[in-house]
Design a protein around this ligand. Structure first.
Ligand SMILES: [Zn+2]
Ligand SMILES: [Zn+2]
Length: 269
């Protein structure tokens, strides 16, 4: 009995730490981007503004995602303690080379996972699980975690599945998770700072831009990738005008949402 009480106490303590860290990360990262974007109005992608009701809805559903992620991350802790996952506390014994390769690999794998699960969520039979995220036509930094509970679980289980096969060092895991939330939140800020140069560069044209994902929120049937453009280009799901939009910043070019829709077909498809 004493053992069970001890175990329940452990689970509660670990979950509370996990909840605090996840909540802190969401609040700090989104607040930083929301605050910064006040000074970046001239780089806004859309002319439309998210309404206060949109923001309230996004924060509410994001808090549910934080709760779900906190349970999954606590599960990673206990899974590691039980020997299901292998996480080294420091860089040793795997070394710096492994760590660098591992961070790159986990981001590339996450991009593939995101692309294909996202394609799945756009199928008619699964679309209802993705509706919460698409209620945001004009995304904000808060949109990054605005998911239905089932979609949050789908995103959250990526790391445990990865860890089943690939040992990680704790610093690499922390860096990868930070990159994920920062890229996710930045990608939803509704401002475009880099697409001009990445589109023109032969070296960085494969990087996904904020414009690409913003277009996904307005045009729905294109640009399913996030970090990189290669899956969309390979599978023919890049928005037909994506390259043009990246070059011009479509709010500045006077391109309106109606024109985006006419380029992408109807919403209900
Ligand atoms: Zn979508
Ligand atoms: Zn989104």
């Amino acid at each position: 009995m004493a053992d069970l009480v001890q175990l329940a106490g452990d689970i509660l303590a670990v979950w509370l730490v996990s909840l605090t860290v996840n909540l802190f990360a969401y609040v700090v990262v989104t607040a930083a981007f929301i605050h910064s974007c006040r000074f970046l109005a001239k780089y806004k992608i859309q002319e439309r503004e998210a309404s206060p009701a949109d923001v309230r809805r996004e924060i509410k559903s994001s808090l549910r995602t934080v709760l779900i992620f906190s349970v999954i991350y606590a599960g990673i802790y206990f899974g590691t303690r039980a020997g299901v996952f292998t996480i080294y506390l420091g860089v040793a014994p795997l070394g710096w080379g492994y760590m660098l390769f591992n961070i790159l690999a986990v981001i590339i794998a996450h991009d593939a996972y995101f692309y294909w699960t996202h394609r799945l969520l756009h199928l008619r039979r699964f679309r209802r699980f993705h509706r919460t995220h698409h209620q945001s036509i004009t995304p904000t930094a808060y949109t990054c975690y605005a998911f239905d509970g089932s979609e949050a679980i789908l995103h959250g289980i990526f790391l445990p599945v990865w860890l089943l096969f690939v040992p990680m060092q704790l610093p690499a895991l922390c860096i990868a998770v930070t990159l994920m939330i920062v890229r996710n939140s930045f990608g939803h800020t509704g401002v475009e700072l880099f697409a001009h140069s990445t589109e023109r560069s032969k070296w960085f044209g494969w990087l996904g831009s904020n414009t690409d994902h913003d277009l996904h929120h307005t045009a729905f049937h294109y640009n399913f990738g996030f970090y990189f453009t290669w899956w969309d280009r390979l599978m023919g799901t890049e928005h037909p005008n994506a390259r043009e939009f990246r070059k011009t910043r479509w709010s500045k070019a006077g391109i309106r949402r109606t024109e985006i829709f006419s380029a992408s077909g109807t919403h209900g498809r």
